[in-house]
Design a protein around this ligand. Structure first.
Ligand SMILES: [Zn+2]
Length: 329
């Protein structure tokens, strides 16, 4: 998803100490992780970038990486500790408690509308978008189904009641009472737009004091009694949010493959994609060779050192750390 223009959010902070900057880097990374995992329902791996993949001006770069359905990885955000690399040339100083001048320690971090691209790719299906209930223009679309044999007034009245009830209980909704489109046409349109839940109200539902709810994620249709409307809709929305995350998480976990040899590395990359977990000697030459020969880069080095299980996946020499490779966008 590349566009001529994109919007982004970026922050810069200045701190008295390296520890202050370290804390800020991790705080922001945590906020981004919450946004991406809890709202967009996209699981991420986090860690540090290697020296050659970090932002050139940074002391170190931390990153959030997500797996797309085609097996390629998308970097969703970064948070850098810039150290004093900018404050020294630009003379950004503060007066410390010792009443002397000190150079500040800086951080910078950002995410962009690329997150929307990830959302489209990770959850979408052949019918169109699938939006998580916590990030959607509205959570429920109500489609009244008119038939000649029962007056549409009754159905519209109930539809409006349902709309009001949902909104009153904090469930964002939209009543699609356009008369120039058939219910079937509306179903397709809102499915394509990915609205998490559709509520259908027809003449039979008036008689039976119920509505029909259709989930966008599983396409499952359930009957909901009027008196249970708020409870069930609330529950189902939570379920959809969880289901989208769990599905993506399962896919991610199934696509983290540990390899011990370079042959295996190339085979997994060719046949399966995803993250390749391998041991690395920390020599930039091996990293470069792998990139040159396969297009895969080190996406991240885990924050918590993982246990070594082989020699360097490229040269076979003694490994220093476990890292995650992938082909990336
Ligand atoms: Zn090596």
């Amino acid at each position: 998803m590349r566009t001529r223009e994109f919007l982004w959010q970026e922050g810069h902070t200045a701190h008295a100490t390296k520890e202050g900057a370290d804390n800020e880097v991790m705080t922001i990374l945590g906020i981004y992780k919450d946004l991406i995992e809890k709202h967009l329902a996209i699981p991420v791996l986090t860690g540090k970038k290697s020296e050659s993949e970090k932002f050139a001006g940074a002391l170190y770069t931390t990153t959030l990486e997500a797996l797309m359905p085609d097996g390629k990885v998308l970097q969703l955000g970064t948070s850098h500790n810039l150290g004093q690399n900018f404050s020294k040339p630009f003379k950004i100083k503060f007066i410390g408690k010792d009443e002397k001048d000190h150079y500040v320690w800086q951080t910078s971090w950002g995410v962009s509308t690329r997150l929307i691209g990830a959302l489209v790719m990770v959850h979408g299906d052949d019918k169109g978008l699938v939006l998580p209930p916590r990030k959607t223009p509205f959570q429920v679309v109500i489609v009244p189904i008119f038939y000649k044999r029962v007056g549409k007034d009754l159905i519209l009245k109930k539809a409006r009641e349902v709309y009001k009830k949902l909104e009153k209980n904090g469930i964002t909704s939209m009543l699609d009472d356009r008369e120039e489109y058939t219910p079937g046409w509306k179903f397709n349109q809102w499915e394509m737009k990915g609205i998490p839940l559709r509520i259908e109200i027809g003449p039979k539902d008036i008689e039976k004091k119920q509505v029909i709810a259709a989930r966008r994620d599983t396409m499952e249709r359930i009957t909901v009694k009027d008196e249970e409307l708020i409870n069930i809709v609330g529950e189902v929305l939570k379920e959809i949010q969880g289901n989208l995350f769990n599905q993506a998480k399962k896919f991610l976990e199934e696509h983290i493959t540990s390899v011990q040899t370079y042959d295996e590395f190339k085979r997994v990359l060719r046949k399966k994609g995803g993250f390749i977990r391998g041991c690395w000697c920390s020599n930039q030459r091996c990293e470069e060779k792998i990139k040159e020969e396969t297009g895969a880069t080190i996406r991240l080095i885990p924050f918590k050192k993982e246990e070594l299980f082989s020699g360097c996946v490229y040269c076979g020499d003694e490994a220093k750390e476990v890292v995650y490779f992938a082909r990336a966008y």
